[in-house]
Design a protein. Structure first.
Length: 117
């Protein structure tokens, strides 16, 4: 009997623009940074917010995504809220920031800064 290895899909999809922004962030990261990490701390009017920060160490349950410009981590305690999401980087004349298409979100606040599941 042959055992086949099933490749697990990434918990979070990154657009090319998001990958480029991660590369830009890592190019000017502090010397001790090992990557950039997405987490969903409790804050905002809807309960959870998206937060992207430099990290100096990976935690055991973090999801690790290798990108061309550096390592991207997803917080292990946030992953259930983010499975199947797409992260993008959007810039226009007025704003610049990461955006999220999250199929797990049941609602979000008017400003788009927080969401609920």
């Amino acid at each position: 009997m042959n055992a086949t290895t099933r490749i697990r899909p990434a918990a979070l999809n990154l657009t090319p623009a998001a990958e480029q922004r991660i590369a830009d962030l890592m190019a000017k990261a502090p010397a001790d940074a090992v990557g950039v990490k997405l987490s969903t701390p409790r804050r905002g009017c809807s309960g959870l917010a998206y937060s992207v920060d430099y990290v100096t160490e990976a935690k055991p349950f973090d999801e690790k995504i290798e990108t061309p410009g550096g390592t991207f981590y997803v917080d292990g305690s946030s992953i259930l809220y983010l499975i199947g999401s797409t992260m993008d980087w959007v810039e226009d004349d007025f704003t610049a920031g990461f955006t999220f298409q999250n199929p797990n979100a049941k609602g979000s606040c008017g400003c788009g800064e927080s969401f609920t599941v």
